[in-house]
Ligand binder design. Structure first.
Ligand SMILES: *Cc1c(COP(=O)(O)O)cnc(C)c1O
Length: 369
């Protein structure tokens, strides 16, 4: 046995720090003996999933002695129809995080590099580093947005993957059609570009790009989406990627044989058919966003305009004590020191009463701490 496992662990793994998820409700209840807890920390849909999805999930329970359909045929067929793409272009994952990791494992390794923006999704550096590849972080532009020129300046022959979150988490901003299209067209074809659209269902802006039709033409483009956010199925873990079939073939070679469970496959197919539930979720989100923005403004705080289901709030001071004080009051939000935003908090948009609770407690805590 080695004295110290750090001498044998892969170099990329040695240097990692684990992802910090939003604090689970039960954990806070356990720690502080609280019963009433409001969690606005993980961008979950406060309405939950469609009742149709829940009914299908329950039905699927009766078959869990069987392995899932490893090809995910029914869901892929439903997605192909829904998105207007061919079935061979679709890959399924255990959350879209799974697909981000598969892209990293398939295309990155020692001697290669990935490019992404500062203040972008925290899993990009983790998946990149784990493969032994280099992380090239482009400084963000105005309002913590992706600066595509800064990203372009970091592309050379060692770069294999570019990650773009659109809209971005945790900032809430988005790239418009013309700018993104120009960047994708410019990008050398030896670079796989992942456009991570985890929040696309929420975006109502007319200049937000629909990347799906571009996949057939820009063969290095991979678009990832998830059922975790607007579809309200975060606990089931299911997402998908749309790419050139040749790229999908590589992802398929390295995935777990049954990377998506049977309950998730069934629930996601049903969720897709309930576009009315999605519309209602968008409506609740838009109203909640207004409520939070107005409330935060009343407290004299600045925020970054958001098109997602969360709001980045600038406290103008160290956010850690405020985060802790909110926890003590039973309100869980997300501190962002690990996103290099130590003065900010990210607040997911909840139901009106949850948003109000957050605003009241924040006002109190800001006065006290
Ligand atoms: C939440 C999120 C994801 C992935 O979530 P999954 O639950 O793994 O599908 C991916 N990208 C961004 C930017 C996210 O915020």
């Amino acid at each position: 046995m080695p004295e110290d496992f750090s001498t044998i662990v892969q170099a990329g793994v040695r240097s990692l720090t684990p992802y910090q998820p939003g604090k689970p409700v039960e954990e806070l209840q356990r720690e502080l003996g609280l019963t009433e807890v409001v969690k606005l920390a993980s961008n979950e849909n406060p309405l939950g999933p469609s009742p149709l999805a829940l009914a299908e999930a329950r039905r699927a329970l009766s078959d869990i002695r069987l392995y899932p359909d490893g090809s995910g045929y029914r869901l892929k067929q439903a997605l192909a129809q829904h998105l207007g793409v061919e079935i061979a272009a679709i890959s399924l994952g255990n959350g879209s995080s799974d697909l981000l990791e598969l892209v990293a494992r398939a295309f990155l390794g020692p001697g290669t590099a990935a490019v992404y923006s500062a203040h972008a999704f925290a899993m990009y550096p983790i998946y990149t580093t784990a493969t032994g590849a280099e992380c090239r972080v482009a400084p963000a532009g105005l309002g913590h947005s992706h600066d595509l020129d800064a990203m372009a300046a970091r592309i050379d022959t060692t770069v294999r993957v570019v990650f773009i979150a659109n809209p971005n988490n945790p900032t809430g901003g988005y790239l418009a059609t013309a700018a993104l299209r120009e960047f994708l067209q410019w990008l050398p074809r030896h670079v796989i570009v992942v456009v991570d659209e985890a929040y696309c269902e929420y975006v109502e802006q007319a200049d937000y790009p629909d990347c799906m039709p571009w996949v057939a033409e820009l063969r290095n483009l991979v678009v990832t989406r998830t059922f975790s956010k607007a579809y309200g199925l975060a606990g089931l873990r299911i997402g998908y990627a749309v790419s050139d079939p040749a790229v999908a073939d590589y992802l398929n070679r390295i995935r777990q044989p049954f990377n998506v469970n049977s309950i998730a496959l069934s629930a996601a197919s049903a969720a897709l058919t309930d576009q009315e539930h999605l519309r209602r979720s968008r409506e609740v989100n838009a109203a909640g966003l207004q409520q939070l923005q107005a409330g935060v403004e009343r407290l004299g705080l600045r925020y970054t305009p958001s098109v997602g289901n969360f709001l980045l709030v600038d406290l103008g001071r160290d956010a850690a004590p405020i985060y802790q004080a909110l926890l003590a009051q039973g309100v869980i939000v997300r501190p962002l020191a690990n996103y290099a935003l130590p003065q900010h908090l990210r607040v997911s948009i909840g139901l009106p009463v949850e948003n109000e609770c957050f605003l009241q407690r924040l006002a109190q805590v800001l006065a006290d701490v």
